[in-house]
Design a protein. Structure first.
Length: 183
């Protein structure tokens, strides 16, 4: 039996030490997931705490390994973060279907070297753009899943994603004019 399964079973019994260990296993990825969407440390912390309380309260209902629990926690955190953004009245603008889109191959090692700079520029994007970029690129959700989560059409997700990428490239070029970034 894995350490995770032992911890989960102890959590089912209400063991506070096991609950802390459970929290320690997953808190970083859940917090980062929230922060990428919300962009606010306090709100991200709140959503993370709510997520853990919700899961620990019903831990008996969850099965699977640590990876499946991580996916469950992140899904709950994403949904809650999106709900908060809806309350802020983040609007997604319907754009023309005729937007041109070209996918250029990204140089993974080059992106990794400049990840911090890109992350900083993403924080400057409007929240709706940032949310769609994060859900698609970091959380690996497809357009249809994002559309369901945000209650908008897949074509709006796609066009917002394209606009967000364009805006991100523009910000990078403005703030790092002498650097060679994405393709």
């Amino acid at each position: 039996m894995s350490d995770y399964n032992i911890i989960r079973r102890q959590c089912q019994k209400g063991d506070r030490r096991a609950q802390l260990e459970f929290y320690m296993l997953f808190y970083k990825s859940v917090y980062n997931c929230c922060f990428r969407i919300l962009g606010n440390p306090q709100e991200s912390e709140e959503v993370m705490q709510e997520t853990f309380l919700k899961v620990l309260d019903k831990i008996d209902e969850y099965t699977g390994d640590a990876d499946s629990m991580k996916r469950i926690l992140k899904r709950i955190a994403i949904n809650r973060s999106i709900d908060i953004c809806r309350k802020r009245k983040i609007r997604f603008i319907e754009l023309n279907e005729g937007v041109e889109y070209t996918d250029e191959p990204e140089e993974e090692e080059h992106i990794e070297m400049q990840l911090e700079a890109i992350h900083k520029m993403m924080q400057l994007l409007p929240q709706g753009y940032r949310m769609i970029l994060n859900l698609h690129l970091i959380e690996n959700l497809d357009y249809a899943d994002i559309a369901v989560q945000l209650q908008i059409s897949p074509s709006t997700v796609r066009s917002q994603y394209i606009r967000a990428k364009q805006k991100l490239v523009q910000l990078i070029k403005e703030h790092y004019p002498h650097e060679q970034f994405i393709g």
